[in-house]
Design a protein around this ligand. Structure first.
Ligand code: NDP
Ligand code: OXD
Length: 310
């Protein structure tokens, strides 16, 4: 009975192994590059695993994604077919994302980037903004994270809209579903938050056509995945004034390269994929509980649907 852990960062790998080992004392838990007896490995706990990482383990029962997204697992062209993928989700992850979305939507709503620029110039300028009840904010993706974010925004008083693949009912939120209602949804969002999973259908969804449909000088917040955004289209939309600001937590290439145009851009706020970054002590409790339940029942509620892509 053993578990391998694969995370690109060595210190983080050791941190997770230490925490998981304390919760699962009957298991042997080792880094994936030093797995011991490969026949005994039944679970792989991973974040951005290498291509072919799972091939050495003939008795693997499930892969545990150290996150809500599974795109980093599905990216492996040699992923064993039909392998169950368990997502790491829960109230801690949701709470962190609610904080992030509230913080940055309020920051855009109250024009804090312009106020900060004024302070740098020692300029006293009273910018008038409407109350939240007169500000329309849209959330793309209404799952665990997007649904919680939309509820939080509605509770803050924003006129809140949400869009998902299928129709979702959320109190206080005007919801839209599917491709047919996409244009109408987008055309109403003064601040747009992306909390979609990365799939074939959502890759590149934050593009020039979408930016054109948004109200003039709208802003966006992307905490989904970097590949949702067409970076050149964002730069052009900021340049033309169609968009006023973008807050980005996720990037096509992470870490964001030092020479990237986003770093010095006054219209871009960067956070380093920390919107809802789970820590090992918290995350290990969720992972350990999921592994124990999968052992007992052969399934868990947090199983991803690999065919759907999320
Ligand atoms: P869920 O699976 O719970 O929800 C996904 C939502 O997206 C659902 O509402 C789903 O629609 C909707 N959706 C999927 N495909 C489409 C589509 N083609 N068109 C419209 N809507 C679509 O995911 P989570 O809320 O748990 O996580 C969402 C994503 O957030 C993750 O996949 C990950 O990429 C990102 N994330 C980022 C973090 C960060 O720190 N930046 C942290 C954690 C996650 P339906 O309801 O109809 O199924
Ligand atoms: C996740 C993430 O998918 O942190 O959980 O991005």
């Amino acid at each position: 009975m053993s578990i391998v852990v694969s995370i690109p960062d060595v210190d983080k790998t050791n941190w997770w192994i230490e925490q998981l080992q304390a919760l699962l004392p009957g298991w042997t838990i080792r880094p994936i590059h030093d797995p011991g007896d490969v026949e005994k490995v039944t679970y792989a706990v991973v974040w951005k695993p290498a291509t072919g990482a799972f091939l050495p383990f003939p008795n693997l029962k499930a892969i545990v994604s150290l996150g809500a997204g599974i795109d980093h697992v599905l990216a492996d062209a040699e992923l064993p077919r039909q392998m169950p993928i368990i997502r790491t989700v829960g109230t801690d992850l949701t709470q962190r994302m609610r904080e992030y979305v509230a913080l940055h939507v309020l920051r855009h709503h109250r024009d804090i980037p312009a106020i900060a620029a004024n302070q740098r110039e020692k300029r006293w300028q009273q910018l008038v903004v409407p109350p939240a009840t007169q500000r329309r904010v849209g959330v793309m993706g209404l799952g665990n994270l997007g649904g919680a974010a939309a509820r939080t925004l509605a509770a803050l008083g924003f006129e809140t809209l949400g869009w998902a693949r299928t129709k979702r009912e959320i109190e206080g939120v005007i919801t839209y579903a599917g491709d047919s209602e996409f244009s109408e949804f987008v055309s109403r969002c003064e601040i747009l938050v992306c909390l979609l999973p990365l799939t074939v259908a959502t890759t590149g969804i934050l593009n020039a056509a979408l930016f054109e449909r948004l109200p003039k000088s709208a802003s966006i917040i992307n905490a989904g995945r970097g590949q949702h955004l067409v970076e050149a289209d964002l730069l052009a939309a900021l340049e033309s004034g169609q968009l006023s600001h973008a807050t980005l937590d996720v990037f096509d290439v992470e870490p964001l390269p030092a020479e990237h145009a986003f770093w010095p851009h006054p219209g871009v706020t960067i956070t380093p994929h920390t919107a809802s970054l789970i820590d090992a002590p918290t995350g290990s409790r969720i992972v350990a509980a999921n592994i124990e339940r999968f052992e007992r029942e052969g399934s868990v509620p947090d199983l991803a649907d690999a065919a759907r892509g999320y």
